[in-house]
Design a protein around this ligand. Structure first.
Ligand code: DA2
Length: 283
């Protein structure tokens, strides 16, 4: 059944669309290894606090009228909470993830199985890719990051499978190791991004494609403010991204601030916890 159109955000005349998200409760969340500059196993993380913060995120989506489905967490996979990395789903077609680091390898098949069990059309990837961490879907194009995790060969493979043009963007700053740390779609046609995370060529591509983009500061990017989730009217964003939040409000978005400081210790924010299930429209 198609999801309904959300009412316009109260602070503007933008109209959001209800979404279907897959999330994974962080019952086994921990920082026991370091595969990005945000992670410090000596500092660790508080699992109970991570669960509380994650529950707030889930509740925020449900309050906005979105549907949330859950995948069971697996003991021994502490990063599985970052559901965005589990796959790319476009028009009901699920392109599986193949992780860069051995610590996360088992997550790929676990996510793909969830979709196969529910009769989605799935594809096992040949090439390394970290799902929606590096693939961000707009109406007519999929933006795809490379440089740290996802191979360009996976961009080509994904394009063939989902049938939307895939545009490669090169990431150059290790703090912003996935595309979803440096850019998020505001709606089907526009984005917000931090230019310093991209190579010069990719910055030029973004300028050309999105002349009306919202440009974020390094300060907001450095608290993972761009790891945000928008339905076109409501933007769920890390509370610490104060400048970007104010700018989005000025532009008429309803900004929903969430506190995910515990998950940031593993390098994740709201978007990382959220895999969008874009079902087949029949079109
Ligand atoms: C916003 N990002 C980067 C994500 N989409 N996922 C977070 C993954 C964190 C995990 N420790 C890792 O380094 O893979």
């Amino acid at each position: 059944m198609p999801l309904a159109t959300l009412p316009a955000a109260t602070s503007g005349d933008r109209t959001g669309t209800a979404r279907h998200y897959l999330m994974c409760r962080p019952e086994f969340f921990a920082v026991t290894y370091a595969i990005n500059p945000w992670m410090d196993p000596d500092q660790g993380a508080d699992t109970a606090q991570a669960v509380r913060q994650w529950e707030e995120l889930r509740a925020a989506y449900e309050r906005l009228g979105h549907k949330v489905s859950l995948i069971d967490p697996v003991d021994g996979l502490p990063d599985m909470v970052f559901a965005a990395n589990g796959a790319l789903v476009v028009d009901g077609r699920v392109y599986g993830a193949k992780f860069t680091h051995a610590e996360r390898t088992a997550e790929g098949p676990a996510y793909l199985r969830w979709f196969a069990d529910r009769s989605f059309e799935t594809m096992e990837p040949t090439h390394t890719n970290e799902g929606e961490g590096d693939f961000l879907t707009l109406d007519d194009v999929v933006l795809a990051g490379t440089g740290f995790r996802t191979d360009v060969a996976a961009h080509v493979e994904a394009q063939e499978f989902v049938g939307r043009p895939v545009v490669t963007l090169r990431l150059i700053d290790p703090r912003f190791y996935h595309l979803d740390t440096a850019l998020f779609p505001l709606d089907g046609h526009n984005v917000a991004y931090y230019p310093g995370a991209f190579s010069e060529g990719s910055r030029n591509v973004l300028r050309r494609m999105f002349p009306d983009a919202v440009i974020a500061t390094e300060e907001d990017a450095a608290v993972l403010g761009l790891n945000a989730v928008s339905d076109g009217a409501n933007v769920v964003i890390n509370a610490e991204a104060t400048g970007l939040s104010r700018e989005l409000e000025r532009l008429g978005y309803n900004v929903v601030r969430v506190e995910l400081s515990e998950l940031r210790k593993a390098g994740g924010g709201p978007k990382c916890c959220t895999l969008e299930i874009r079902e087949a429209t029949g079109a």
